[in-house]
Design a protein around this ligand. Structure first.
Ligand code: NAD
Ligand code: FES
Length: 295
């Protein structure tokens, strides 16, 4: 069992938990994810790691309930425990493998949208610990949905923008990106965008025009996170990839977002899954992650 040492609400609908998981904490790197399971029959929930403390042996996760399983998970309190907490899974961020001297020469920008702000944090913190201060844009619907502001201010140059203008700048993250470059003379060599699929799509469209290489996290399309269900299949540069095994991070300029969003919608219905099974054959078996699919 994996004890919850601390739990709080970052916003009305956004929960943060610090979980005792020493083996995961010992080996994880920024960009990787875990799979949490509340009990024996609970669904597997893949979540990108928000923070880790190797000495304390803890992992911090941040999530928003989107279905029954995450709603049950959000009700857990300090002192409760997860039945399973598996990880680290997926590939670490490419930044981790890039020589520090090379990173120091770059102006790095992170664009974080909504709950996607949480998985951006460990990468920004890691850079800060290595002497690199990145720029970060956090976008949220309104002031109440801006999360981890204090934590980010300690490790980066932060720009906050809200869709309704209730806090700091007004407009979506793409408006802020455009203003930073065109009105405030900023120049960026590398961008990491993590948030809703639609946000990542439009950020990539813009950074492509500016010629800024951009990495995105395809965590939102994962279902079981084990490489077994086929839900996270995505076309990257014309090749089929699986977000949970080959990612979650990919070159955003090569990701087919329209297809990924369409598949996400289809995967949610039985009818849609039947169509995917027919069209995608062996790489789609719609398993729950427990049974191994219906191959
Ligand atoms: P949201 O809908 O509040 O959007 C957050 C910000 O994204 C907005 O404030 C805006 O600045 C930007 N945005 C949204 N649509 C845009 C568009 N068309 N063009 C440009 N910018 C746009 O976000 P939320 O409700 O907190 O998000 C939940 C989503 O985040 C879920 O879909 C979840 O799957 C996803 N998520 C992604 C990751 C990841 O690893 N990529 C991690 C956690 C959550
Ligand atoms: Fe990747 Fe199921 S989430 S195969």
């Amino acid at each position: 069992m994996y004890r919850i040492l601390y739990a709080d609400k970052l916003a009305t609908n956004i929960t943060r938990m610090v979980v005792e998981a020493p083996r995961v904490a010992k080996h994880c790197e920024p960009g990787q994810f875990i799979i949490a399971k509340t009990d024996e029959v609970g669904e597997r929930i893949p979540l990108t790691i928000c923070d880790f403390d190797r000495e304390a042996g803890t992992i911090t996760i941040v999530f928003q309930p989107v279905g029954q399983s995450t709603a049950i998970m959000a009700e857990l309190k300090q002192g409760d425990a997860f039945e399973d907490f598996v990880g680290p899974l997926g590939r670490p961020s490419d930044l981790i493998d890039t020589p520090i001297e090379e990173l120091k020469k770059k102006n790095i920008l992170f664009i974080a949208g909504g709950v996607g702000t949480a998985p951006v944090y460990p990468q920004v913190k890691w850079l800060h610990q290595h002497g690199i201060t990145a720029d970060v844009i956090i976008g949220a619907k309104s002031k109440e949905f801006v999360v981890l502001e204090k934590e980010f201010r300690e490790v980066c140059n932060l720009y906050i923008t809200t869709d309704d203008g209730s806090y700091e700048r007004k407009g979506m993250v793409t408006v802020c990106l455009q203003d930073l470059i065109e009105k405030e003379g900023k120049h960026y060599d590398h961008c990491v965008a993590i948030g809703p699929m639609i946000m990542m799509k439009f950020v990539c469209k813009m950074t492509k025009e500016y010629g800024i290489p951009t990495i995105v996290s395809m965590n939102p399309i994962m279902v079981d996170g084990t490489g077994m269900c086929g839900a996270c299949r995505v076309q990257v540069g014309g090749e089929v990839k699986f977000a949970c095994v080959d990612g979650p991070e990919f070159d955003g300029h090569l990701v087919d977002f329209d297809q990924a969003m369409q598949r996400m919608k289809m995967y949610k219905t039985e009818e849609g899954r039947a169509v995917l099974k027919k069209t995608e054959g062996a790489t789609f078996h719609g398993g729950c992650g427990n049974c191994g699919g219906d191959e």
